[in-house]
Design a binder for this molecule. Structure first.
Ligand code: ADP
Ligand code: MG
Length: 696
């Protein structure tokens, strides 16, 4: 591919604005754009015209099928394909696609997690077109982004609450802007997800049942070298990896995905892709497509793409930084302006954000909780499980001054200038990056760094959007209650008081330190270390009310989500424990029997010759002790896994996995890894860390 092709290639498989303008009658185009912009309902006539235009365009791109594309609660995408063919009377077929088929689909979706929302007699859910995301053609099918709900109208997907939360924040943020004299119809959230991943050789992968079944290595002795030399980060790309990345970019660009930055990451065999940010729901659609394409394209290069949060112990795991901002009429609201009024507006939004994170720290933590991410958070490579906000060297003094009320209360323009000195100039240079902070202000956006690499980013964005919406509304109410006072004075007071009341969430120090853990406890910040600790926040009465108030999730939907997440954790841990037992009994023990048996035979043979094989005897004894330890540990794990599996209540099961099963898994891993260190290389049944992390 020559570089000059990129602009032509970009978005060539997307039913985007250019195509719509070209192919839709003017009035239909206008109505569709209004829906996309303002979230208004779409009527049947418009849908029918759009459907035909989409179909004709898709056929011109080689499509024969269409699919409603949705995001069930598993977080990954789902699709079921129907062809466009419709029989004619004369035994031929026509290619047809109706407005009805565009708007609504009925996948037999009984096997998706519903958290108990859907009884089997009403198992069929339906999918509904989301006109705010572009349709696209991939692998011979027209993909129509959709939402997914049950027949009773309860939502069963990740996308609907996201769209609802984007509506909530839009409504409330528009009200703030109105107070600042700006008539804005829609405020959108923007998201830029940085995706980390590992690439390993396909042949190695195929030999590791743990990677195949669970996405991570459940065993593996520490390699002689880890990431301590920092020689992989931003290092030159190996040719095979470079070829993978090039093909990936090409495929993503065709799908209109703004793939921008690629580089080697800190851990060996680890890499990152960062796209240019876009509207929140689109960014998440595109991230899911990116993850899918990464897996597929890796296979073209003899590689496997690992997206698990912790594929390997001893080196960094993978995260997905959720860069987040809010935008009105193409203007970033977290960018302070050149005028004092704009700086005040910026400070109002900043204060809302800080308060939102503090008030809902438990929900934010919950939103990134998963068995995989538990290995990262708190492991001194990712932010800790404690949520705090980093404002940086530029903003912190301003906020501190505001809190201390050193500045005179602003009564007129001049004194706002004093109160909020040259924000843009100060911030432009805000290069300070605290990598240990879970929620960092990075110049003109916030970066939420706790998200896991394989997670669908909807959950954290739902919480964030809704929490900020709540604070925006609080500001509007605050101003309304003081209608007889000067707006600027009131707004400044809101900012000052908000920072004062939420100071405990602000932390610029080292998030990895033990002192911070103690300090955070003193400040009363939640420290929810594991998924079973974090999930119950979802169903606290005040949190259910919070989701209900902004029309994001109903009480039964909240409960269903909690149950689905809790069950997912238990199921995953059960699979991990089963896989460990399988590998131990079928691979590691037989290998160690062989190795120790061969040495024992040699000891006996040498004894017949009158030679005392001292070293070999010692080795047989080490191996025998190790084998016994493994044998006991695997029996123990099997019993404990059965105990957890027997628990009906999802929270009780999760707690048992965390407290009983995981320690047994750790004990078995230690016993096996100890033997890997002494077992003959040719006997060891799986590729070692040495091999999978360091390719030549
Ligand atoms: P890092 O230093 O964290 O690696 P990168 O430059 O790799 O930073 O990534 C920053 C990410 O933030 C990119 O995906 C970028 O598009 C995104 N980003 C930049 N501005 C915004 C914004 N206003 N809203 C959301 N995301 C943004
Ligand atoms: Mg980042």
């Amino acid at each position: 591919m020559s570089i000059t092709n990129v602009p032509e290639l970009f978005g060539s498989m997307v039913f985007n604005d250019t195509v719509m303008k070209e192919r839709l009658p003017k009035d239909v185009y206008k109505k569709l754009k209004k829906t996309m912009r303002e979230g208004t309902a779409i009527d049947a006539d418009v849908a029918a015209v759009v459907a035909t235009a989409m179909k004709d365009w898709a056929i011109s791109k080689g499509a024969t099928h269409y699919t409603h594309w949705f995001q069930p609660m598993t977080g990954i995408t789902a699709e079921k394909h129907d062809s466009f063919i419709t029989p004619t009377d004369d035994g031929h077929v026509m290619m047809e696609f109706s407005g009805k088929e565009l708007i609504k689909g009925e996948p037999d979706a009984s096997s998706f997690p519903s958290g108990g929302l859907r009884a089997t007699f009403e198992a069929r859910g339906y999918t509904a077109w989301d006109p705010t995301s572009y349709a696209f053609v991939k692998d011979g099918s027209l993909y129509i982004p959709t939402a997914f709900c049950s027949y009773t109208g309860q939502i069963l997907d990740k996308k609907t609450p996201l769209l609802r939360s984007m509506d909530a924040i839009s409504t409330q943020a528009c009200r703030i802007l109105k107070l600042f004299g700006k008539d804005v119809k829609r405020v959108t959230t923007t998201v830029g997800p940085e995706q980390e991943y590992f690439l390993i050789d396909r042949e190695d992968y195929a030999k590791r049942k743990d990677l195949i079944f669970t996405g991570r290595t459940l065993f593996g002795a520490m390699p002689p070298k880890g990431q301590e030399m920092d020689d992989h980060y931003f290092g030159a790309l190996r040719p095979r990896v470079a070829a993978f990345m090039q093909e990936l970019d090409e495929e993503l660009w065709k799908l209109g995905i703004l793939s921008k930055t690629k580089h080697n990451e800190v851990a060996p065999s680890q890499h990152e892709l960062a796209p240019i940010f876009e509207r929140g729901s689109l960014a998440i659609d595109d991230n899911l497509l990116t993850m899918e394409k990464m897996k597929l394209i890796a296979s073209h290069h003899g590689l496997v793409c690992l997206q698990h949060e912790k594929p390997f112990d001893y080196v960094n795991g993978s995260g997905k930084h959720n860069n987040w901002s809010i935008c009105a009429d193409d203007k970033n609201l977290l960018e302070p302006g050149d005028k004092p009024e704009d700086n005040l507006q910026f400070l109002v939004f900043l204060a809302c954000l800080v308060a939102a994170v503090d008030d809902h720290a438990d929900l934010l933590r919950m939103s990134v909780a998963s068995a995989g991410n538990d290995h990262r958070l708190g492991a001194n490579e990712a932010p800790p499980a404690i949520i705090s906000v980093f404002l940086g060297d530029a903003l912190t003094p301003i906020v501190e001054a505001l809190v201390k009320k050193e500045q005179p209360e602003a009564h007129d323009r001049e004194s706002i200038d004093l109160g909020v000195p040259q924000l843009p100039e100060v911030l432009r240079d805000n290069t300070d990056r605290n990598r240990t902070s879970p929620f960092a202000f990075t110049g003109n956006k916030f970066e939420f760094r706790m998200c896991g690499s394989q997670q669908n980013l909807s959950d954290p964005n739902v919480v964030l959007n809704t929490a900020v919406a709540e604070q925006c509304e609080r500001f509007v109410d605050y101003v309304a209650d003081r209608a007889d006072e000067d707006f600027t004075t009131v707004a400044m007071r809101f900012v000052r008081h908000t920072f004062r009341d939420h100071q405990r969430i602000l932390f610029d120090g080292n998030g990895y330190s033990e002192e911070w853990e103690a300090e955070a406890a003193r400040r009363g910040l939640p420290n929810l270390k594991t998924t079973p600790d974090a999930l119950p926040a979802m169903v606290k009465p005040e949190n259910i009310k919070f989701f209900e108030k902004y029309g994001v999730l109903s009480e039964s939907e909240v409960h269903a989500r909690y149950v689905a997440k809790a069950e997912q954790y238990a199921k995953l841990l059960n699979i991990e424990a089963n896989t460990m037992v399988y590998m131990t009994r079928h691979m590691y023990l037989p290998a160690l029997f062989d190795y120790s048996g061969d040495i024992a035979t040699s000891v006996a043979t040498k004894a017949e010759l009158g030679i005392d094989a001292k070293a070999e005897k010692k080795m047989v004894s080490v191996l025998t002790d190790g084998i016994n330890a493994i044998s006991d540990a695997v029996d123990d794990l099997e019993a404990k896994n059965a105990q957890a599996k027997g628990l009906e209540d999802p929270q009780a099961a999760d707690d048992c996995y965390r407290d009983v099963v995981i320690p047994a898994m750790t004990a078995l891993r230690t016993a096996v890894d100890d033997m890997e260190k002494v077992c003959g290389h040719d006997y060891w049944p799986v590729p070692s860390y040495n091999k999978m992390l360091f390719y030549v």
